[in-house]
Design a protein around this ligand. Sequence first.
Ligand SMILES: [Zn+2]
Length: 167
Amino acid sequence: MAKEYNISRPAGTCGECGKQLQVGDEFVTVVKDADDELSRNDYCMSCWKNPPEGPDVLGVWHSKIPPKQEKKRLFVDDDLLVNLFTRLEGADDPSRINLRFVLALVLMRKRLLSYDGMTRTPDGREMWNMRLRGAEAANSVENPHMDDEKIADVSRRLGEILEGELE
Ligand SMILES: [Zn+2]
């Protein structure tokens, strides 16, 4: 049974010096998944040093705090979603499999990923054969058979982490 993701920190504050990021400030976001806890940390440019490495790092990206009149959300671009999806290739713990499957659904809806069929592993797991737009290589995505409620829950948490609602 997969554990729930917990989100550790709201967006918009530097995780190192605690500074409130202002409109137009550039910053770097790091998303990690350690012990089934999905965490997001933002860093101001003076605290940002080297990109962290390690199996728990799911994604690193640069962005800018949008002007106030725009929707108060940090922008998530398609590259980031594709990047996360690709990084989760071969993940075998349940929470990452769930996350990757939800990312696959999002990318399909955006027409960035197509479904080519399904196969079953000898131990009965359902694998979807998928392909990223413009890519040669196929991607194998396990369908963890979440119910609708679970899918909605993982999607919401993914949205919270990636879009980083600002106050
Ligand atoms: Zn800082």
